[in-house]
Design a protein around this ligand. Structure first.
Ligand code: UDX
Length: 472
């Protein structure tokens, strides 16, 4: 095969969570729009959710195909029965995904390559998976790893051995020490590192899985990041000393891709537009804790009273299953009547549509990376209530580095009066305008990065060139 003759076909496999699926879908569209063939592989359980929501439209890419993109859709089992509640029994699900899934992927890849041998396949996998190097080796495939979060939260576990050497793995829960030796990271306090690096997170399977995954990524050929150069220049450039890293994000917002409407939401979306239409500009607080984390009834109760006491209008997403106990009775009794006209509680919504509504003036968020990017993209400032995983590290970036957010509080012992004061100050206090200005600046920077010849656009083209060379 000669240079430039690569007939590239990406086999793309994301982690089966909304926060990973979303960027993967847009990355798939991006690849296809550059002339690659893509086979997008969903877990059967995810497909099943989409099927019950969308019917035959669950094949996410039918519209993109109509407009000429060669993007195929396939499903694969994870080794558990469909009726198994993967959200509630997350740890067990991860265990199975890490243990049984690799051999199913192996079979799938082998079968795909046999049935359609006229392509130059490559493997495009979520960095959270530890198995890609083995599959890539077996089938002689280039392996592209996609890290869907910040470069900061990649760099920390990438240098796991340094954390260990310095007595920061695991980080003791009551420890407050500065970590200042991770290349390109500057300083981060141990309290802000990801929960799977902390002592209290050790029992979770996530720690083991992440250690294996961050070890595996060292044999990836190329690494894509869903961040942009302007957000984390030092961290990205330090990572490049080790392996080729490409900041091509945020992939979710590339304008050219939005003609290919993809319904990627795993739950039905309530429409908040009419309700928001009746509210003055920048007056409503949008509250959501993403697709994945759980919390306690006590936390929800204090937040509910805090929101009510603040007097601020709000839209609050309370996903069924948000409580760790599995209880569906989430809100305090009588809350619906208390907030009549002032608050709208929905089980799920189109977050981008809500955030881009002019009535929304702030986002109370758990700081999931997608939510953080979406907030920036819409020029909305944030009030942060991180709960687990990368969220405390993201909060640090939002508040200290990008300066478009403030902190709500830490941990589970919230106080409703304090919450109300913080929310009031955030929405209409002395610093609320400057926070919104910073968010607007980030919005502009993001638009620039994604434009033709912007940093993320150029980096993606460079990545495609380098990928072709690797495959040649
Ligand atoms: C997970 C982790 O928890 C998070 O820390 C990590 O950064 C990404 O993976 P999740 O908790 O779901 O993600 O948060 P986030 O990354 O913010 O993703 C949530 C996605 O769901 C966003 O794209 C958001 O637009 C979408 N969403 C959320 C909706 O479409 N509707 C809603 O009502 C709420």
């Amino acid at each position: 095969m000669g240079m430039g003759k690569v007939n590239g076909h990406a086999i793309m496999i994301s982690l089966p969570h909304q926060g990973h699926i979303n960027p993967f879908i847009y990355l798939a569209l991006k690849f296809a729009s550059k002339g690659f063939t893509v086979t997008f592989v969903h877990l059967e359980s995810v497909h099943h959710k989409l099927l019950s929501k969308l019917g035959p439209q669950a094949d996410l890419f039918s519209q993109a195909r109509h407009s000429g993109l060669d993007i195929r859709y396939a499903t694969i089992g994870d080794g558990l029965p469909l009726e198994f509640d993967r959200d509630l029994h997350f740890e067990e699900h991860w265990g199975v995904i890490m243990r049984d899934f690799p051999s199913l992927v192996d079979e799938f890849v082998g079968e795909l390559m046999r049935s359609d041998p006229d392509f130059d396949y490559f493997l495009m996998t979520d960095t959270f998976y530890p198995w890609p190097p083995a599959v890539a080796r077996k089938y002689n495939l280039v392996n592209v790893s996609f890290w869907t979060q910040t470069a900061l939260t990649f760099a920390l576990p990438y240098h796991w051995h340094l954390l260990e050497q310095n007595g920061h793995f695991p980080c003791k829960d009551d420890m407050e020490e500065e970590i200042d030796y991770i290349p390109g990271v500057g300083q981060i306090n141990t309290k802000d590192v990801m929960s799977y690096l902390k002592e209290s997170g050790l029992a979770s399977i996530v720690t083991k899985a992440m250690a294996a995954a961050l070890d595996a990524v060292k044999s990836a050929d190329l690494i894509l990041h869903n961040t942009m150069l302007e957000l984390e220049p030092e961290t990205l450039s330090a990572l490049n000393e080790h392996q080729p890293n490409y900041a091509v994000g945020p992939v979710n917002f590339s304008k050219s891709l939005h003609s290919h409407t993809v319904s990627n939401s795993l739950w039905s979306e309530a429409d908040c537009t009419d309700w928001l239409q009746s509210k003055p500009p920048a007056s409503v607080l949008y509250v959501s804790f993403g697709s994945f984390i759980h919390t306690t009834k006590q936390v929800i109760e204090e937040l509910a009273h805090g929101l009510f006491l603040s007097g601020v209008d709000f839209v609050w997403v309370i996903r069924p299953g948000i409580l760790s106990c599995g209880n569906t009775d989430v809100l305090p009794e009588g809350f619906g009547d208390m907030i009549e006209g002032k608050g709208l509680v929905v089980p799920w919504c189109n977050q981008m549509r809500v955030l881009s509504n002019p009535a929304v003036g702030g986002f109370l968020s758990h700081c999931g990376w997608n939510s953080t990017l979406e907030s920036m993209w819409c020029g909305v400032s944030m009030i942060c209530y991180p709960i687990a995983y990368d969220q405390t590290a993201n909060r640090k970036l939002v508040i200290e580095k990008w300066k478009f957010g403030v902190n709500l509080c830490d941990g589970e012992s919230l106080d409703r009066v304090e919450i109300a004061e913080k929310i009031k100050g955030f929405m209409s206090g002395a610093s609320s305008d400057s926070l919104r200005q910073e968010a607007s600046k980030l919005k502009v920077a993001m638009e620039k990065a994604l434009e033709i010849n912007g940093s993320s656009d150029r980096t993606f083209d460079q990545f495609v060139e380098d990928l072709k060379v690797k495959m040649d």
